[in-house]
Design a protein around this ligand. Sequence first.
Ligand SMILES: O=C(O)C[C@H]1C=CC(=O)O1
Length: 92
Amino acid sequence: MLYLVHMIVEIPSTMPAEEAARIKAEEKAYSQRLQQEGQWPHLWRVVGEYANYSVFDVESNDALHEALSQLPLFPYMKITVTPLAKHPSSIR
Ligand SMILES: O=C(O)C[C@H]1C=CC(=O)O1
């Protein structure tokens, strides 16, 4: 199943820079693992924002929740999920 996911990152300004850098490095490694596994086929930055639009390809709502809730930045994100269905006019 495909899902469009909008993530907005809001790291508290009170978080020490070293902790923020550590969490971002963990996030990068985790996201690249899911990309390599094919669960996260698209990751796009929103221009001018600390936010992204992503497409996840996972087997169920539960699998998506599992993947998202393990993001190291999850406690500092606002996430919106849109399930995607095949468009009848799509040629792919
Ligand atoms: O930077 C972001 O948009 C948040 C998050 C998503 C992947 C990653 O490495 O960080």
